[in-house]
Design a protein. Structure first.
Length: 95
């Protein structure tokens, strides 16, 4: 079973609304672990790994749910180019 097939199955079996609420829950859990790491200097790499994976899985379901995989990939590619350009400009300005 591919990842996409699994996401489709999860959406079909468990429903769109619960799965989209799960996206929000997992993002909140990742947010909490980032805050613990930065604000409280906590050694929580294992938790960051777990919550990052959870968010990636749920973002896969979100993209599948709305059928926006290609649009996200295209936008992301453009955004990465823009960030690379900004970094070049920033680094030139700092020399
Ligand atoms: Mg989680």
């Amino acid at each position: 079973m591919t990842e996409k097939e699994l996401y489709k199955r999860a959406l079909k079996d468990w429903g769109k609304e619960p799965q989209m609420m799960q996206v929000i829950e997992e993002m909140a859990e990742l947010t909490k672990e980032i805050l613990k790491n930065i604000n409280r200097k906590k050694e929580n790499i294992a938790e960051l790994v777990e919550e990052t994976a959870d968010v990636e899985i749920m973002l896969g379901q979100l993209k599948c749910c709305y059928g926006i995989e290609q649009k996200v990939a295209d936008y992301k590619a453009e955004k990465i180019k823009m960030i690379a350009k900004r970094l070049e400009d920033f680094e030139k300005g700092n020399k």
